[in-house]
Design a protein around this ligand. Structure first.
Ligand code: NAD
Ligand code: LMR
Length: 331
């Protein structure tokens, strides 16, 4: 746990739900430098009081790993202390769904976590803080947090990168190529079964490839497979995705801090500015590029009626989630 005298100032990185399944993978990936490169990190592990001792055990293991980039580890169940000076925040702490449940079943229970966290982040974190909401239902939790934090548009995001990565994996398998040869995949909308994994702009080695994909495979196999993959993992693994979620959270933050390639984009859920007809203020997934540390929605993509219909369906679900949490007084 030491850095040389010439090391850059550490980034303060907060992870909530630090004793949980995702954090058990995520914290070690951050500590290894996978998210923030060679920048040293001051880790803040935030838990609820009942799980604080387990989080202390995770901190002991982090310490035992002697990661060169880890400058300090703080374990706390005090929100203000957890978010103090945070440059990057991973909001993982929330209940996962079980077999037979939808993510929206978690709306009221988990939504209550995010208003107080938003206010605490606004009061204690760095003014330039970058926030990723992972806890489900991620889009609407992010909307709640955003409303209470009052940060600039784009500082609060929700994770659809796992859906993006799942899409690339399914497509690479179908086309018999590696995922690294595929670019310009987009997941639109909600991190739920209404999401729209859209291959219209997909490229293989930089060349359009959508026309070579069988449209019935795309509509009847690919889209439902990706949209229901979380449920499939719960069914087969017995609990919700953890290491793949952590890996996608690392990808999201790495690209946010280090940039996306000029000839590609990734999927990010953020506050809509009205692009592509998605109502302003909804937290929807868009094709985004990270430029100088800021997410920019890729503009100018042409959407046909079929694409627009799928986007309308996922937007309708986001609006209904928003109305539910509004009625419950969370927004
Ligand atoms: P888990 O139950 O293993 O861990 C959650 C942890 O959060 C627990 O230790 C709990 O004590 C803690 N926690 C609860 N409320 C908290 C609060 N207010 N502050 C700090 N910590 C708090 O769950 P997990 O498998 O790590 O999953 C966490 C969340 O991530 C779930 O909601 C899950 O559905 C979601 N998830 C999202 C995605 C995505 O792609 N967006 C992917 C996978 C999982
Ligand atoms: C996932 O997509 O794997 C997570 O959101 C967990 C879930 O509930 O499906």
């Amino acid at each position: 746990m030491s850095t040389s005298p010439t090391s850059p100032a550490p980034l303060t990185v907060t992870v909530t739900g630090a004793a949980g399944q995702i954090a058990y993978s995520l914290l070690f990936r951050i500590a290894a430098g996978d998210a923030f490169g060679e920048r040293p990190v001051a880790l803040r592990l935030l838990e609820i009081p009942a799980a604080r001792r387990a989080a202390e055990g995770v901190a002991m293991e982090l310490s035992d790993s002697a990661f060169p980039l880890v400058q300090s580890i703080t374990v706390t169940d005090d929100q203000d202390e957890g978010f103090a000076g945070a440059d990057a925040v991973f909001l993982v702490g929330a209940k996962p769904r079980g077999k037979g449940e939808e993510r929206s079943d978690l709306l009221i229970g988990n939504g209550r976590i995010f208003g107080p966290q938003g206010r605490s982040i606004a009061a204690n974190a760095s003014p330039d803080v970058r926030v990723l909401v992972v806890g489900n239902p991620a889009n609407t939790n992010a909307a709640i947090l955003d409303a209470h934090a009052g940060l600039d548009a784009g500082q609060v995001t929700a994770m659809t990168r796992l859906d993006h990565n799942r899409s690339l994996a399914q497509l690479a398998d179908k086309l018999g190529v590696t995922t690294t040869r595929l670019t310009s995949m987009t997941v639109w909308g909600n991190h739920s079964t209404t999401q729209f994994p859209d291959v219209a702009e997909l490229r293989l080695d930089g060349k359009p490839v959508a026309d070579s994909l069988d449209s019935s495979w795309v509509d009847e196999e690919f889209i439902p497979r990706v949209a229901k993959r979380g449920g499939e993992i719960i069914e087969v693994r017995g609990s919700s995705s953890a290491a793949s979620a952590a890996s996608s959270a690392v990808d999201h933050m790495r690209d946010w801090f280090q940039g996306t390639p000029a000839d590609d984009w990734v999927s990010v859920a953020l506050r809509s500015d009205g692009s592509y007809g998605i109502p302003e203020g909804l937290f929807a997934s868009f094709p985004c590029r990270s430029v100088d540390g800021t997410w920019e929605i890729v503009q100018g993509l042409e959407l046909d009626e079929r694409q627009q219909e799928r986007i309308r369906a996922t937007v309708a679900e986001l609006e209904s989630e928003r109305d539910t949490v509004r009625e419950a007084g969370m927004l």
